[in-house]
Design a protein around this ligand. Structure first.
Ligand code: DPX
Length: 558
């Protein structure tokens, strides 16, 4: 059988380890979808819309390292680009693949359906360039292998999304077979001179310091350096703190773990540890308005040893040309023991007294019961909103993972992202916490969890509004139409699925619902938790005030 452009793409995606790709059909991608189906190493998974398709792929990349989403031109791809922007912000290599106009229509003056009604079909590629690290348009078979390889290689190297559009008549055109995948996976070479200099400058700073604290940031996963961070912590013996977007990226049962550094909403004791340290070893951090609590918690100055995925800055000098992993390995071999900050301090513990069974359900009781469910095998997704703050205060058993989308912060992300994550790691237990406002954006993707029989447990927090927005800046726009969220499951089952919808208004009802959810292995369970609108975490209120103050700074006088 002749080899085609679509088959080439499918083989490359399978070679980089994808077992699934996500898709929404449309007439510009149908032939491409047929070609992808020919590859028996990958399964095609369908989504309800392209925004969700992008987020499903984003979630799959969180579990599986990389992902692909296949959509149709403009009406599909432009929706998916929001999720692709999210994958960029969150450092996830998702390949967005769009079908595109017939190659004969480019430059022909023809007006095509699903387009702007103008005759230039380059606009989607232009748009994609802004939210990806590499973007290519394939309108002939001969250049397809080079373009496909360039896009996939760049996405994997940069841990960012990339974009391909394939003319609808070219996906079945003949092209060569791909060679070994090793060329796409090869790591850039290390500069030993620069690495040695970075290590020497870092060791000199560490040797002089007494109080050393590690601060682990969210890019540590994309840098593939989580294990090396643990080894360095073992060697230094110092206190280790994490940033909010890195929750779960460092073992919480490690003897040095001292909780979350998040300015005034830090775990007890963590703020003092970081702010009184002689050296703060910042590993792959992202300092933005949220993580610095409105620009208030940002370690700066000589005491900061900043180790980013591709650059180390210490003692007034900046070094590049090596991976963070290799820098951390080198440091671990030679680092001094610096236990001062770990001595006499302790890991934080969420202690909430259990409520009586007939007591009205509270936010604290809900957080307590969810925390008690977490095992080393759990992946907990926490949606933008108070769910973030609940996840942050939970104690994680070693191995438990937390997923948040704190840089992009698209409400509704958690539903499709958890669908994709569960597809990519069926062996794990998937739990989701999502607010009612967020859920209303992407609720329909629960139907795919029903279709593919994924036993995700969804804690739907019904507090009848955008409570985090109420904390930041209140107004009539923060109050939403109530839905019967648990009742939706019947709609999605449509008489043939195994989803369950349950209501929890008291502590006892939540306990019983969790038991039923855990027994449901053939589909998702929504537990609709009814809370008072004013019942939220204290940290949300404190943090919200700081962020609101940062947002409302007056324009500078000129
Ligand atoms: C908005 C946010 O109900 O959670 O815990 O009640 O706040 P809480 P909900 O899901 O409400 C979420 C709501 C409206 N953010 O409070 S965080 C603005 C926003 C966003 N993303 C998109 N649109 C608007 N973050 C796509």
């Amino acid at each position: 059988m002749a080899y085609t452009v679509g088959m080439y793409l499918a083989e490359r995606l399978a070679q980089i380890g994808l077992k699934h790709h996500f898709a929404v059909a449309g007439d510009y991608n149908l032939v491409l979808l047929d070609q992808l189906l020919l590859n028996k190493d990958m399964e095609q998974i369908y989504c309800c819309n392209e925004l969700n398709c992008g987020f499903s792929a984003e979630g799959y990349a969180r579990a599986h390292g990389a992902a692909a989403a296949v959509v149709t031109f403009s009406v599909g791809a432009i929706s998916a680009m929001n999720a692709i922007g999210g994958a960029y912000a969150e450092n996830l290599p998702v390949i967005l693949i769009s079908g595109s106009p017939n190659s004969n229509d480019y430059g022909s003056g023809h007006i095509l359906h699903h387009t702007l009604g103008t005759t230039d079909y380059g606009y989607q590629l232009e748009m994609a360039r802004h939210v990806t690290c590499a973007a290519e348009s394939i309108t002939d078979a001969a250049s397809a292998p080079a373009k496909i390889d360039h896009v996939i290689r760049t996405a994997l190297r940069e841990r960012k999304p990339a974009y391909l559009e394939i003319a609808c008549n070219v996906s079945s055109a003949e092209c060569p077979r791909p060679g070994p995948v090793s060329s796409l996976l090869a790591e850039p070479a290390t500069d030993p001179v620069s690495l040695k200099a970075a290590l020497e400058a870092s060791l000199s700073a560490l040797n002089k310091a007494e109080r050393v604290v590690m601060l682990v940031g969210s890019k540590i996963r994309a840098a593939d350096a989580q294990a090396q961070a643990v080894e360095l912590a073992d060697r230094l013996g110092c206190a280790v703190t994490i940033m909010s977007a890195a929750k779960g990226f460092f073992l919480e049962d490690h003897p040095g773990f001292r909780g979350l550094y998040w300015g005034e909403v830090s775990s007890p004791g963590a703020q003092e540890l970081v702010e009184n340290a002689d050296v703060v070893l910042c590993l792959a951090p992202v300092f933005n308005d949220y993580s610095t609590v409105g620009w208030n918690a940002w370690p700066k100055g000589d005491k900061v040893l900043l180790a980013e995925p591709n650059r180390v800055t210490v003692g007034g000098q900046s070094f590049e040309g090596f991976a963070l992993r290799d820098f951390l390995k080198g440091l671990t071999d030679r680092a001094p023991s610096k236990p001062a900050t770990a001595q006499g301090t302790h890991a934080p513990k969420l202690e909430i007294k259990p409520a009586a069974r007939d007591a009205r359900l509270t936010n604290d009781e809900m957080a307590r019961q969810i925390n008690a469910m977490l095992t080393p095998n759990t992946t907990l997704a926490a949606e933008t909103g108070d769910s973030w703050f609940n996840a942050m205060r939970m104690n994680l058993p070693g191995g438990a993972r937390v997923e948040v989308e704190m840089q992009w912060g698209h409400i509704g992300w958690s539903v499709p992202s958890t669908f994709g994550n569960a597809m990519g790691s069926k062996d794990r237990q998937h739990i989701m916490m999502v607010g009612d406002g967020s859920f209303q954006l992407t609720a329909q993707e629960v139907a795919q969890m029903v279709r593919y029989e994924l036993p995700v447990i969804i804690f739907l927090v019904n507090n009848k509004g955008y409570v985090i927005e109420i904390a930041i800046h209140d107004g009539p726009y923060n109050y939403i139409k109530n839905w019967d969220y648990a009742g939706l499951m019947e709609v999605f089952n449509a008489g043939e699925g195994h989803g369950i919808g349950l209501h929890a208004k008291t502590a006892g009802e939540l306990e019983d619902a969790i038991k039923k959810a855990q027994a449901n292995k053939r589909g998702p369970t929504i537990i609709e938790c009814s809370l008072e609108r004013t019942d939220c975490t204290e940290t949300l209120i404190k943090w919200g005030k700081r962020v609101a103050a940062a947002n409302s700074r007056k324009p500078q006088a000129v």
